[in-house]
Design a protein around this ligand. Structure first.
Ligand code: FAD
Length: 324
């Protein structure tokens, strides 16, 4: 566990910052790899002093295997294990804050409480509270029996624990947790929301419930982010809104990312990528785009630039070297 003076909440990092902060999000490595692959991804970025490292959570997926007699057996596979352990390893090695993502999907309220107790035990005081996406075999999000349907419900549970209210009222002498809670926001609207007004209403509900800052979905055009910040402020959302950035690193990502993350790729960027003869040229173009995007965001006054590294740090290192 880190000494108390090193552990800080994301909101404290932002409050104390004299300039735009740098932070990253990493994915737990695929099943079978070890924590060294995480360190190999973070080491090259340490010179830019990330204020915190987010670690995503990936719920179980299921495959069906044919057994004797034609029966189909549902088998749970977990491709990216270890969010909690990885956070502890990062804090221990680098002496910086780790932010585990906690999701509703696949968790009952009891399991959520147990995960949060583990985090508190390890001295991890930051969490990003999310609903999670539906699993591939389900057309829309299905909560666990006795689980949460929306991120706002998860935020409420964490806030209760921060007040010392656990699920089991009979528990005696429970220590209140001390989590700083971040939530997700979507400058181009969450894909399930019927419109932006509705999405904004539920974002506001997450903040009113206790969300202390927002991290946005990735975007490649700053204009929707600027508009989103204005809409949030008009709606009475006053918390920091951290832009999330993913550097384009291959030609096919220009088509794959919009599909996976339900985001737009601006026409100017698309034309630029189409002109690239190969991925090597696409990486250069993606890095240049991210540098210009970052400079404009800093000018706008964003609290932090949060990079989705997705297991590769070289592009982020090159952008950070021009910005920080
Ligand atoms: C920064 C960031 C990090 C992420 N990290 C992960 C991760 O680690 N693991 C992972 O699995 N996924 C992750 N995701 C993906 C995220 O889980 C999905 O985008 C998911 O579909 C929505 O999550 P949410 O927390 O925004 O959900 P919510 O805030 O619950 O919103 C989901 C949808 O429901 C609507 N809604 C909300 N409340 C209500 C209500 N009470 N009634 C009706 N409608 C409502 C919203 O408008 C929205 O359309 C991340 C996303 C972002 C932006």
């Amino acid at each position: 566990m880190l000494p108390a003076e090193i552990i800080m909440k994301v909101t404290e990092h932002i409050k104390q910052a004299k300039s735009t902060l740098f932070s990253i999000e990493i994915l737990p490595p695929l099943k079978g790899k070890n924590v060294q692959s995480i360190f190999d991804g973070i080491d090259p970025l340490m010179e830019f002093k990330p204020s915190f490292v987010d670690v995503t959570y990936h719920r179980e997926e299921y495959v069906y295997k044919k057994r004797d007699g034609g029966f189909l057996e549902k088998i749970s596979i977990k491709k990216r294990p270890g969010t909690v352990g990885i956070c502890a390893a990062i804090m221990n090695r680098y002496k910086i804050d780790a932010v585990p993502h906690i999701i509703c999907g696949g968790f009952s309220k009891e399991e959520t409480e147990n995960a949060l107790i583990d985090l508190q035990f390890l001295g991890i005081d930051n969490v990003l509270a999310l609903r999670g996406d539906s699993i591939k075999s389900e057309p829309s999000f299905v909560p666990e029996p006795n689980g949460h349907s929306y991120a706002v419900d998860l935020v409420q549970q964490i806030v209760k624990m921060n007040k010392g209210k656990y699920l089991e009222n009979e528990m005696e002498e429970v220590a209140p947790t001390n989590f700083c809670i971040g939530v997700a926001g979507y400058p181009e609207k969450h894909f399930e929301a019927p419109n932006m007004i509705s999405d904004m209403k539920y974002l506001k509900a997450k903040i009113d419930a206790g969300g202390e800052y927002i991290v946005t979905q990735m975007f490649y055009d700053n204009k929707p982010y600027f508009d989103f910040v204005k809409k949030c402020r008009d709606a009475g959302i006053t918390v920091p809104i951290i832009p999330g950035l993913k550097i384009l690193t291959s030609k096919k990502q220009a088509v794959a990312l919009p599909k996976t993350f339900k985001i737009d790729v601006p026409q100017e960027m698309l034309e630029m990528i189409e002109k690239c003869k190969n991925d090597k040229e696409a990486v250069e173009a993606g890095i240049e785009w991210a540098i210009q995007q970052s400079k404009e965001l800093i000018k706008f006054g964003v609290p932090c630039l949060h990079f989705y590294t997705m297991g590769t740090s070289e592009a982020t290192r090159r952008v950070a070297s021009k910005i920080f």
